[in-house]
Design a protein around this ligand. Structure first.
Ligand SMILES: C[S@@+](CC[C@H](N)C(=O)[O-])C[C@H]1O[C@@H](n2cnc3c(N)ncnc32)[C@H](O)[C@@H]1O
Length: 291
């Protein structure tokens, strides 16, 4: 399946970008100027969280082996959530329902990245067909990348395009809901064993509300797995994401878990299958604190 047109890889040099992408990139400079606490927050951790990288930007250090996995170790988080409202703005603030109105039966990462994620899932998800297990795939589409034939009594998909969700073979039910308009997750407390979210955490403009909700609906000890690569729908991703690099993204998602509360300290894994050659793939995960 072809990768989706219009998905921009950050690694592409500016001059090589097609005209449309270049016009997005042209807007980046003024947006960086409005980034406040987000940027200083990230740079604050350059020496604190990864002393071996000295004063180097995380954007550069993303290529240092192990940078992603180490960055959340022994993290000393500031007392207050360090991001500002503008860090969660997007170029395109029109309703997300419009952007996702037409189905996209494509994959958003390349085949090796998908294979790496599926392998990771095969190691951490509950065995297929386990009695009482419930899973939520947030920001779901026609694929969830779970192991082939994977089944559970309840697998709920939440997303914005009904035709995509209808076609997803792993889901036992689905809900269409714009999480940036209504971040309340329509489930009872302590419902799910696992929550997954693939290449979409960067579209959430109210992440703290959503991560608090995730903590509420997970069972004690339940696992939340946020995975992402270096691709995105640039106009729909939040400002702090499009202005930073892979290792920064790990800190950003780690911060969501930390400041939402109710989770164990988040951890990061680099499951990139062929570093530097095919799409990278990162996982930031945490478990809901046991009651
Ligand atoms: C890049 S696609 C990823 C889809 C799927 N997880 C995958 O791996 O192929 C982004 C997904 O995020 C969902 N999404 C984006 N914005 C959303 C929002 N505001 N509320 C709920 N879902 C959203 C869309 O429905 C879309 O399926």
């Amino acid at each position: 399946m072809a990768n989706e047109l219009g998905v921009i890889k950050f690694a592409v040099p500016f001059a090589a970008l097609p005209p449309l992408s270049r016009s997005f990139a042209a807007y980046r400079a003024p947006r960086r100027a409005v980034l406040g606490a987000g940027f200083s927050f990230l740079s604050q951790f350059i020496t604190m969280a990864a002393p071996n990288f000295g004063a180097k930007s995380f954007i550069a250090s993303a290529r240092v082996k192990g940078a992603v996995e180490k960055v959340l170790e022994n993290m000393e988080w500031p007392e207050q959530f360090p991001f500002k409202e503008e860090d969660f703005q997007r170029f395109d603030e029109s309703p997300d329902t419009l952007f996702y109105e037409s189905p996209r039966f494509v994959t958003h990462i390349d085949d090796p990245a998908i294979a790496a994620l599926t392998k990771y899932y095969s190691e951490v998800l509950p065995p297929s067909n386990t009695r009482g297990v419930a899973i939520l795939d947030m920001c779901s589409s026609w694929v969830s990348h779970y192991p082939k034939g994977y089944k559970q009594p309840r697998i709920v998909g939440m997303g914005l395009n009904e035709e995509e969700l209808k076609r997803n073979p792993v889901l036992t039910e689905y809900i269409v809901q714009d999480l940036n308009v209504d971040p309340k997750l329509p489930f009872e407390d302590n419902t799910f064993d696992v929550i997954t979210n693939v290449v979409s955490v960067d579209y959430l403009s109210k992440p703290l509300e959503i991560f608090k909700e995730m903590a509420r609906i997970l069972k004690p000890g339940g696992l939340a797995i946020m995975s992402f690569s270096n691709r995105c729908f640039f106009t729909k991703a939040i400002s702090i994401w499009t202005s930073t690099g892979d290792t920064d993204h790990v800190i950003i998602v780690g911060a969501y878990f930390h400041y939402a509360g109710g989770f164990e300290p988040p951890k990061a894994v680099d499951i990139s299958p062929n570093p530097g050659r095919t799409d990278p793939m990162y996982v930031v995960y945490s478990k809901k604190l046991a009651a």
